[in-house]
Design a protein around this ligand. Structure first.
Ligand code: FMN
Length: 199
């Protein structure tokens, strides 16, 4: 098989190149079987010493997702409100607005936690999250990693409420749902990324 054949009509590459972060969703619920498949794809990521430390909390209750968004905003503001970093100041304004919904009214929120016995839980769970977003896209489901929700992971009351032990580490808050409209093409990527080929 030629290299051209390997590259054209390659569904894996097409899926990778066409995935976008999605921030507008239809209200249509995502079937549980699809969510289960997304989780399964996460568990097929590689992990250091094969620890497979990923643990998932799936939230499908929109009211709760909205409440968690508000809780995350409060936690984030507590950490960064006084920051002099100009880039952070823009975010402080965004996070202070009542209108800001950091989860974009998504119908599904999946929190990816690393278990305490992990060897490199942050890396493992990030790889799982990448698999999950690509798997979702391949089934017509949009996704976005919401780093702005990270404060939830260090909120003991929140962890207690969702039944996650305090020593589990939140790595990836991910939202999923059916995209409202056809997503635009992926933004051009910086192609100047290879430092050197050494032969
Ligand atoms: C670690 C991480 C944190 C992110 N946090 C947010 C976030 O809080 N809110 C958001 O809208 N997008 C967030 N994103 C999505 C990025 O903005 C997005 O991936 C980037 O702009 C590239 O666009 P693309 O995913 O469509 O290729 C995050 C992505 C990553 C990997």
């Amino acid at each position: 098989m030629s290299l051209v054949d390997l590259k054209t009509d390659n569904p894996v590459l097409s899926n990778i190149y066409s995935r976008r972060s999605i921030r507008n969703f239809t209200p249509e619920p995502v079937p549980d079987e699809i969510i289960e498949e997304i989780i399964k794809a996460g568990t097929y990521a590689p992990s250091a010493v094969n620890k497979q430390p990923w643990r998932f909390v799936i939230v499908k209750n929109r009211e709760l997702i909205h409440r968690y968004a508000e809780q995350a905003k409060k936690g984030w503001l507590k950490l960064y409100q006084g920051s002099d970093d100009p880039e952070r100041q823009g975010l402080v304004k965004f996070m202070s607005s009542l209108k800001t919904d950091i989860f974009y009214d998504a119908p599904v929120l999946v929190l990816v936690f690393s278990s305490p016995d992990a060897f490199r839980g942050d890396i493992d769970c990030t790889l799982a999250a990448g698999n999950m977003m690509l798997a979702a896209h391949s089934m017509g489901i949009g996704s976005c990693w919401i780093g702005l929700a990270m404060a939830l992971g260090s909120d003991p009351a929140f962890l207690e409420e969702i039944g996650v032990p305090q020593d589990y580490k939140l790595i990836a808050p991910l939202i999923f749902g059916y995209p409202e409209k056809k997503s635009p093409r992926a933004p051009a990527r910086n192609r100047d990324v290879v430092l050197k080929w050494i032969e």
